[in-house]
Structure formats: C-alpha cells, structure tokens
Design a protein around this ligand. Sequence first.
Ligand code: CMC
Length: 429
Amino acid sequence: MPDTLTVTDNRTGKQYEIPIKDGVINATALRQIKTGADDIAGLATYDPAFMNTASCRSKITFIDGDQGILEYRGYPIEQLAEHSTYLETAYLIIFGELPSAAQLKEWTTQITFHTMLHENIKKLMEGFQYDAHPMGVFLSTVGAFSTFYPDAKKIFDEASRKKQIHRLIAKVPSVAAYAFRHSIGRPYIYPDNDLSFTGNFLNMLFRMTELKYKADPALERALDVLFILHADHEQNCSTSAMRGIGSSHVDPYSAMAGAAAALYGPLHGGANEAVLRMLNEIGSVQKIPDFIKRVKAGEGRLMGFGHRVYKSYDPRAKIIKKTADEVFEVTGKNPLLEIALELERIALQDEYFVTRKLYPNVDFYSGLIYQAMGFPVEMFPVLFAIPRTSGWIAQWEEMILDPEQKIARPKQVYIGAPRRDYVPLTSRS
Ligand code: CMC
C-alpha cells in the first residue's frame, strides 16, 4: 500500500494521489487541483499562525508534546541539564555532535577570545536613554554588529559563518551585561576570560570594586542549567523569524536582531515576567482560591501554566523546579515561592486544569529564580536571548544550507475591494 493521501474533487469527480513523507504532504502537490476553469495557481492551504504547517525539515531539536519529551540532536534535555554545560550544549546544537575534549577546548578558547566588544559598540550603547529597556538595547546592538562585521555578508563561506558563530555566542553576554549596567547607571565591566561562560557573565553584571569577581558556584551552575534549557525549542516565533529573515540572505546579525525582536513580545519571551506580576497581585496564599475561581470563570489566565505543544508536562519545568531549590538555598527563599507552590498544588488537583491538560511550563519558576538572583524583570527576555542565540544560529545555518529552502514568501487570500478606478480628490465625498 503506497503512503499516499487520496483526494477526491467532488466537483469534477477527479482523484489525486498526494504522497505522504515523514508524516506530511507537500502543500505544493495540491496545486494540481484547480478551483475553477481560470485557476492557474491551483488549490492552496490556509493556515494562519502555522498551526499545522511544517516550514522545514530539521535535525536540531525534537519535541513530543504529548509525552513531554525535548531532545537536542537526540540527547534528552534531562541528561544535558544534569551532565553538560551551556557551552558544550551550544556546540552540540550548532555542530550536531558532542565535542571531543580537544574540540571543546578549541571552542571554549574561540568563545573566550571573542567576548570583548568594540569600543564603538560601547559608545553606541551609551547613546541610549538611561531608562532604555535592556531588550531594546540588546536587539539594536545585535543589529548594529552587522555594520562592524561586514564580512558576515559572506553567508555561503563556511569559515566566515564560523567566525560569526563564535562572535555571536561570545558577545551576547557582554551586550546583555552592558545593557543592564547602563540601565542602573553603573560603569561597564570588561570580560574576565579566566571565568566560565556564566561566571564571566555574572562578573560583568554584578562586579563592584573588588579586583576579582567570583560568583557563588551554585548560582553559576543554576544559570548554566537555565541556559541549557532555553538554548533551542524548534520552530517557535523567534526562530521562525530568524529563518524567515535569513532566507533573504541577509547577514546573521540583521536576522538575529529580528529574532530578538520577536522574543521581546509578551506572548513569547515575556511570560515569566507575567508570572511574577500575577504572584504579586495574588499577594497571599489565602487569596489563591478566589484567584483560581476567577481564572475558571474566564477572567484571566493562570500565567506559567499551559503550552501550545506540551500537553502532558513541560520537561523543562521539572528541571527548573529542582534548580529553584538549589538557588533558594543560597539566596534565601523568594517570598513569592510559597504562593507559587500552593497555586501549583491546587491547580494540579483541579478538574478545570486537569481536563484541559494545563501544567506548569518553563516560565512558572524561571522568573522566581531570576528575581532571587538579583535580576530586574526587564532583564528576563535578555536572559532568554543569550542561550537562544545558539538555537537561532544553528537553525539559520541549517536553513542556509538546505537546498529545499527559498526566500520565505507565504501566500495570502485576498479579501479586499475588487478592481476600481482612481477617484480624484475633488470628486471624493
Ligand atoms: N490558564 C487558564 N486557562 C487556560 C490557560 C491558562 N494558563 N491556558 C489555556 N487555558 C484554557 C483556555 O481558556 C482554553 O479553555 P476552553 O477550552 O474552555 O476555551 C483551553 O485551556 C485551551 O487553551 P488554548 O488557548 O487553546 O491553548 P493554546 O495551546 O493556544 O495556548 C498558551 C497555549 C501557552 C498560550 C496558554 O496555555 C497560555 O496562555 N498560558 C499562559 C501564558 C504562559 O504561561 N505562556 C508561556 C508559554 S511557555 C513559553 C515557551 O515555551 O517559550
């Protein structure tokens, strides 16, 4: 039995055999079905928000939402969070395999080598208003990189691509830290290349007058785990933006400015901030039943619950909860934790949430951790963008090298006015 879909056009009685491969049909195969005598383009599909349309074949990240599985290049997220580091995971995501000891050493050296920002980048960042949102500063600066590294335009030159990959992974923590220091009026801290990736990031964020900054190892590791969890999540809004913009063959910095802009939106990178706002609004454990009642009546959502893809549980949420315990041992408990735990306990027993398969997602606890570590809420999307850089750049390179890809250009269904003649201004009512 061939793996095909048989489509019968009831108007003409004609039958079409559409091949099924990897669980999908090729939408262009529908073009042979004509919707009328003068239809040249043929039948198309309508799918706003890409609810049921695959835009690429990818070897990077696998998600099974029903079973709560997330894998990078085949490795389960739980194993990477336990045994790997963010830098090693970034290598895996970008190059497809875990590095050998020599490859990891070389990769770490390259990343360390590129952490500094050009002094003119620093000047550019100084030009922002004192209260500029760090994510706005971040995405503008990443876009500005394209003017500093014009060699990045050679997107089909492997050596050039590799150089931009090193630069991007290495420089995003420096940009993020500079944006943060600018927002609180503190002097910039240059990278310290003796430190680990996250150790150096914490140094650039929080160092004051001490000669050498040493982050608490538990916090350094917790941030590294959070970075592993956020490194990639297949074809989400910002990754689709990275691929879509990159498909015009623009340089990766310009494409990534667009991806970061997509992440800036409250429906994507801003949910953990919304969780904190919600917990603050609830205010005390006693007020939880009333809040749940209002959510069930449709007067708002339980932020940090539910997911478009994960319908049994979000595997990242489980890991994050454990990480939260480790962080709170060092920082002391976030006072909002008690409310979060009770909210979770009640929601997981409530028929409304159980029947709709609503479970805590990655954002339910991440905001609490970041707040306990001393980050203001404005930094949350920036903290998401740093590790997601590895995912964006891996997806971009995969798209560039995929012979099936072309410039992204969706169709539309035109529902506007039919052809009409121009009316001079004096004749308009
Ligand atoms: N609280 C209360 N009810 C909810 C929630 C929620 N958080 N999420 C979904 N529902 C209800 C919704 O009202 C609907 O009920 P009904 O069938 O009676 O109309 C049903 O569950 C299905 O909801 P949906 O909106 O069709 O589900 P979706 O897959 O389109 O939305 C979601 C997924 C994540 C946008 C949604 O669950 C939500 O808004 N959650 C809160 C925001 C949040 O935490 N976002 C972070 C997502 S994880 C970030 C990442 O992976 O990058």
